[in-house]
Write a protein that binds this ligand. Structure first.
Ligand SMILES: Cc1cc2nc3c(=O)[nH]c(=O)nc-3n(C[C@H](O)[C@H](O)[C@H](O)COP(=O)(O)OP(=O)(O)OC[C@H]3O[C@@H](n4cnc5c(N)ncnc54)[C@H](O)[C@@H]3O)c2cc1C
Length: 463
């Protein structure tokens, strides 16, 4: 079959690799000049750093993805082609919350060590069921329906009627209130608050911390580069700088040419897809959060030698309320990623990625913007040290993220009801007999694993 894939982010590339390996004639159309979409490599201080995602989790999903590719091609070429050297990070992060500083997993001798141990150990058995859910077609009538039910029942017996992250964590009466908030903050991985996500997001935090997270040596953009090699090895073609402008049954118009196809797989945002199909209306509803991401080379080392720190607002519920109204929160949640010289990136400088959770307001931000300044001051207050001077920097803001096609720069598209958040998403993989969907807009939350798993599920439906 001739298959047109829209977008060369992680969603489009992973779908294209699987479809090409099944013998289809695959063409990927990407409006921008780079591979990776939100995972973009940018020039900084004469070298480069990678933007967008920073943590690689659930390696089992990546392995299943590669196994599927190899099975389709009938060989074992994928590992060598992908050639990812994963560098394990010591922890999921160090969390700064009010006067508490704690790493996950919690280190021995910390006052929360025992509580975390109890919580994490009770969620460890859910690693396999969640990996299954991330890679299994959620159709109750599909061939994997039994596996789906088995995995789901393990989760249901864990959460019982406490279905949201908020309700589930609050039900742990023995747990310290600060630890509760630190676990709950992970629902921002889906861009929404703890009462808008399934309890599974609490488990994901435990699994990611105890199972370990990593980053490819060279940076996370090595993943889309690897996927592109898999696409091309299987005979697929990637057209960069060639954006789709119109889509009808069997015909794709780009800004350069027209193509006939049998099936189209879209990884672009729902609103972009609707425009391509001729419906100009913005889909109604409220949207997940956006970000103001500062990437900087530093004139000296950061005071903390942690690679990944999380600075939490003193009142997380106020932050969620502001983000829900597309307003800037007084204090926001920030990821502070630190890369010492020559570690991960080849550049001869220390670098940092400061990712401020921001409302999906489509606005431009700079270092001088009052809100950015106040958040940087808040970070310094929490880590108890000044940030080093920036020798070079770039900012990606909601206005930038909206150019990738998401309304207001919302990182995970439109909000969904909590019961279809994460792996239980209402899939809408198939929009019609010729149009399928993949990517973070269909698989909110879970980031890279959800996108890879979603591509496995969606492309398996294309016979
Ligand atoms: C700041 C940040 C931090 C994150 N941190 C993590 C993390 O640590 N771990 C994790 O697992 N996940 C993380 N994520 C989430 C992860 O990056 C996303 O889930 C994933 O990159 C989404 O991939 P995608 O292919 O669905 O979307 P995108 O990357 O947005 O790809 C869509 C592509 O479609 C293209 N496009 C749009 N319109 C058109 C058109 N008309 N024609 C052709 N092409 C078009 C766009 O240019 C883009 O390349 C993070 C995201 C961000 C932004």
């Amino acid at each position: 079959m001739r298959i047109a894939v829209l977008g060369a982010g992680l969603g489009g590339l992973s779908a294209a690799a699987l479809l090409a390996s099944k013998g289809h004639q695959v063409d990927v159309f990407e409006g921008n000049s780079w591979l990776g979409g939100k995972s973009r490599r940018i020039e900084l201080n004469g070298s480069y750093v990678d933007t967008g995602p920073s943590l690689f989790s659930f390696p089992g999903v990546w392995q299943r993805f590669l196994d599927q590719y190899d099975k389709n091609l009938g060989n074992k070429a994928s590992k060598e082609l992908a050639n990812l050297e994963l560098v394990p990070l010591g922890s999921l992060g160090t969390y700064y919350f009010q006067d508490e500083v704690v790493s996950l997993p919690v280190k021995q001798h910390h006052r929360l060590f025992d509580q975390w141990g109890t919580f994490a150990a009770s969620h460890e058995p859910l690693l396999e069921p969640i990996t299954d859910l991330l890679t299994t077609d959620p159709s109750l009538w599909g061939k994997d329906a039994f596996k789906l039910m088995k995995s789901t029942s393990k989760l249901v017996s864990k959460y019982k009627l406490n279905l949201t992250t908020e309700k589930y964590i609050d039900g742990h009466k023995w747990m310290d209130d600060k630890l509760k908030e630190i676990i709950k903050i992970h629902t921002l991985n889906a861009g929404v608050s703890p009462n808008e996500t399934l309890a599974i997001f609490a488990t994901m935090a435990a699994i990611m911390a105890n199972n370990g997270v990593s980053i490819p040596n060279g940076g996370i953009n090595e993943i889309p580069q690897a996927l592109a090699r898999l696409v091309e090895h299987a005979g697929g073609k990637i057209h960069l700088n060639e954006g789709a402008t119109k889509l009808t049954k069997n015909r794709l118009t780009t800004d350069q040419d027209e193509y006939e196809f049998d099936v189209c797989v879209s990884s672009v945002d729902e609103s972009v897809l609707k425009t391509l199909l001729g419906n100009q209306k913005q889909p109604a509803g409220s949207y997940s959060c956006s970000g103001v991401a500062i990437y900087a080379s530093l004139d000296s080392a950061l005071a903390t030698d942690e690679m990944h720190s999380v600075i939490m607002p003193d009142k997380p519920s106020e932050m969620h309320a502001s983000l829900g109204e597309a307003q800037e929160p007084h204090e926001t949640m920030t990821f502070l990623n630190y890369y010492p010289k020559k570690e991960i990136y080849p550049g001869d400088f220390h670098s940092a990625a400061i990712l401020l959770t921001a409302p999906a307001n489509g606005k431009d931000y700079d270092l001088e913007t009052d809100w950015v300044q106040s958040q940087l001051e808040f970070i310094e207050k929490r880590i108890g040290a000044s940030l080093p001077k920036f020798t070079d920097y770039k900012i990606l803001d909601p206005s930038y993220f909206s150019t990738l096609g998401t309304y207001g720069g919302a990182l995970y598209g439109k909000k969904r009801p909590y019961w279809v958040s994460g792996p239980f998403h209402q899939p809408s993989y198939k929009k019609s007999s010729w149009l399928y969907r993949v990517g973070a807009q269909v698989h909110p939350g879970g980031g890279i694993p959800a996108v890879l798993g979603g591509a496995m599920i969606s492309t398996a439906r294309i016979k």
